[in-house]
Ligand binder design. Structure first.
Ligand code: PNW
Length: 448
């Protein structure tokens, strides 16, 4: 049995604070935009489903870490809720909230699991949203202050930091289409939020260089776009879609430039960045975090605003319950695309996984989830192929450890390799968790 994975490859799972913790206002925490959004039936699609309890991880953290150890995880990517640490977003530090993350990190380390901390996984303090949130240029300084607070306390124990999780989803979901918090639908806001997010990213990396000694990176969701035909219109649509989803954030962060196609996509809403803004966004980062779920076969479609591009469904493909096509080769392709276009950076897969309908827990306590096992098997093999072709991939964080709140879609979309009974909070390892344990134990050799 052979393996393409380096000996020190970091196998782990990922989660995010609002999706699993519960008790979002406990111990002096300030409310977030997700607290507001999920409680507002005009905004939330899965009405009545909130992060109030979620997986109750806030109270079950030690047991959850014990479970991670049992599965053999070498790493765990979590996010910190900004409002637990700084209830007003800036200013006063809430020791009790910061203490939760200190305990989590210490418990992980005591169990031999490396923590990766994401500073921002979408839960902006509501107090900052009241000042305009990501539309306010001061957000860069707010975020740097929060980052500095975390770095000063935890750097060293945490050696891998992420500034933002998926800025594309934040602006497209939160400011353009309104499907995610804060629920705005305003094409003029999206490019402004986008620019401020990248200024904030840069400001946090700068703060890290003053205080921190280890690694910091940016996490982007990438979806390779394949033209549906050779027609010039479809090819142009594919270039627009690539610029919009895959290059909008990486180009400024790494090259200090914005893709020209964005002006086409946003039309009169597009505003060029100043040289100063571009310089702030472009900071040396230590790794690129890639979240990969699916691909997109793209064709021109003038009726689909603002991209004028649309996705072609693949009649023979398998789709997940979030309606994403299963396409493992796209992960190899996108890793090589990052290598070729962004200077062969160190890469961590920071999320990859799938929601499927799982059978109810059988009496023996077994949950068979063959579709998820198959998804993972083929995607992890696709990572191996990218490594063989020279991509510097250093770790794989499976999304997700636990079934959790799939944002506006609620609890019905189950991404976990551990089943959560949301009535009793009982955890049950699915077959996919046992499969992943084997992958880790053999460093990927069991795949071949
Ligand atoms: C990611 N898209 O979201 C998030 O980081 C997770 O919190 C989330 O639970 C997970 O993926 C599953 O959805 C995404 O439309 C949301 O391309 C949307 C997209 C990609 C990622």
């Amino acid at each position: 049995m052979t393996t393409s994975f380096p000996d020190d490859f970091l196998w782990g799972c990922a989660t995010a604070a609002y999706q699993i913790e519960g008790s979002p206002l406990a111990d002096g925490a300030g409310a977030s935009i997700w607290q507001r959004f999920s409680h507002d039936p005009r905004l939330m699609a899965a009405k009545g489903e909130t992060g109030d309890i979620a997986c109750d991880h806030y109270h079950r953290m030690a047991d959850d870490v014990a479970m991670m150890k049992e599965m053999g995880l070498k790493a765990y990517r979590f996010s910190a809720a900004w409002g637990r640490v700084l209830p007003d977003g800036i200013g006063r530090v809430n020791e009790a909230g910061l203490g939760f993350y200190e305990r989590l990190v210490d418990t992980l380390l005591a169990n031999g699991i490396e923590p990766l901390c994401t500073l921002y996984h979408w839960d902006l303090p509501a107090a900052l949203d009241d000042k305009g949130g990501w539309l306010n240029r001061d957000s860069a300084e707010w975020f740097a202050e929060y980052g500095r607070t975390m770095f000063e306390r935890l750097d060293g124990r945490v050696k891998k930091w992420v500034t933002l999780n998926e800025p594309w989803v934040i602006t497209d979901g939160g400011y353009l289409h309104g499907a995610l918090a804060p629920g705005h639908k305003n094409v003029f806001e999206a490019p402004i939020a986008s620019r401020n997010l990248m200024r904030a990213h840069g400001a946090a990396v700068k703060a890290y260089r003053e205080v921190g000694k280890h690694e910091i990176g940016l996490v982007v969701n990438l979806e390779p776009k394949y033209a549906a035909s050779e027609s010039p219109d479809d090819k142009a649509a594919t270039a627009r879609a690539t610029a919009y989803m895959n290059r909008q954030y990486l180009d400024p962060a790494i090259h200090g430039k914005c893709p020209a196609e964005l002006a086409e996509v946003f039309g009169e809403a597009w505003v060029d960045w100043s040289a100063e803004d571009l310089a702030l966004a472009k900071q040396k980062i230590d790794f690129v975090g890639v979240n990969y779920y699916t691909r997109n076969v793209t064709r021109a479609d003038p009726t689909n605003w603002p991209l004028a591009a649309n996705m072609v469904r693949q009649p023979l493909a398998t789709y997940t319950t979030t309606d994403w096509e299963v396409f493992p080769r796209g992960l190899t392709d996108v890793l090589l695309w990052v290598k070729d276009n962004y200077g062969d950076p160190a890469i961590y897969i920071t999320e990859n996984g799938a929601a499927f309908f799982d059978p109810p827990v059988a009496e023996q306590g077994r949950i068979e989830d063959p579709l998820r096992v198959s998804y993972l098997r083929h995607h992890i093999a696709a990572v191996g192929k990218a490594i063989e072709q020279g991509a510097d991939v250093r770790g794989y964080m499976l999304w997700s450890l636990l079934d959790n709140l799939e944002w506006s879609l609620g609890y019905s979309k189950r991404f976990g390799i551990v089943h959560v009974n949301f009535g009793t909070q009982e955890r049950t390892l699915k077959d996919s968790a046992k499969f992943y344990r084997e992958v880790i134990a053999t460093n990927g050799a069991c795949l071949s």
